[in-house]
Design a protein around this ligand. Sequence first.
Ligand SMILES: Nc1nc2c(ncn2[C@@H]2O[C@H](COP(=O)(O)OP(=O)(O)O)[C@@H](O)[C@H]2O)c(=O)[nH]1
Ligand SMILES: [Mg+2]
Length: 306
Amino acid sequence: MSCFYKMDCEVPLMPTKPEIRIVLLGRYGKGKSSSAKTIQGQPEVIGPTETCQEKTVVIDGQKVVVVDTPGLFRCVPDPEKEKEKERVVTEMKKSIKHGGLHVFLIVISSCDTFTKEEEDTVEIICRTFGKTTLTFSMVLFTYRNEVRGKIEDRLNVKVWRNLIIQCRWNYHSFENEVQDPKQVTDLLQKINSMIEANRGRCYTHEMLQDAEKALEIKDNEKKEQEEKEEKEEKENLKENETDSRRNFIRTTAFLGAGGGCLMGYLFGGGTVTSSTLAAAGGLVGVLLAGGSARLMTVKNLCKCKT
Ligand SMILES: Nc1nc2c(ncn2[C@@H]2O[C@H](COP(=O)(O)OP(=O)(O)O)[C@@H](O)[C@H]2O)c(=O)[nH]1
Ligand SMILES: [Mg+2]
């Protein structure tokens, strides 16, 4: 039933549309905050977004909760990027706990060519929030007036089209530099159709927990694989070391014995004594080889202890 009636009169009350909860995601500087302000009908953005900002507005009689987020993937060094991502996710969890999210607006600048960065953005969103995220996602192109031709022309590019297809052709474009209330009402209309197609379902806290569990399993598997590879590498290294040690002993024995024989022969002046001395020299050579092998073993033992 779409209308409600007061018990004592015939005048219908305003039909109450269900509340919509929107979150804006994307790279730093692509127009998330500007788009949030456009939806909220507010003027310019002041400074960068450091925390998630949630604001409720009523548009055409419908309550709309808009959550603006800091750039998930700000250009910072990798460990910092991880910290930043964790911070945004923590903030988002709070907002999801309040009542789930109907739409992830993936904000992309129309001026950008679809690069690895955009691909990564979508990949990270799916990895963080789970594959189901795309069921609840809509691509929002900003800087509409900056591109020549229609936004649809861009969809001829395979990578763009693939993304839109993954988002079930849910996309919209904004020009945040002009006051155009129609772009907001059009967006809401598309979002309402999308919610209807999703039968009113929204992205819940449980889905986030599932995604986190899946991510944890994947991370553990990755860690196990890395440990296995490291172990195999160490074993190979050890085997190579043993082989080279054997070769070293063999060479030392050969050289020692050969050298000893030569020395014995030379010092003995080519007499019978020389043969005896040569044999003794050979023996010394073999002993030398044995000694160096033992020395190497002791060295390795010391290495293991330190
Ligand atoms: N021309 C134009 N500039 C925009 C548009 N959207 C955002 N900007 C500008 O892009 C810059 C970054 O926008 P901001 O909303 O702070 O990006 P965020 O980091 O994704 O929140 C600001 O200087 C905005 O004025 C747009 O649709 N058109
Ligand atoms: Mg911002």
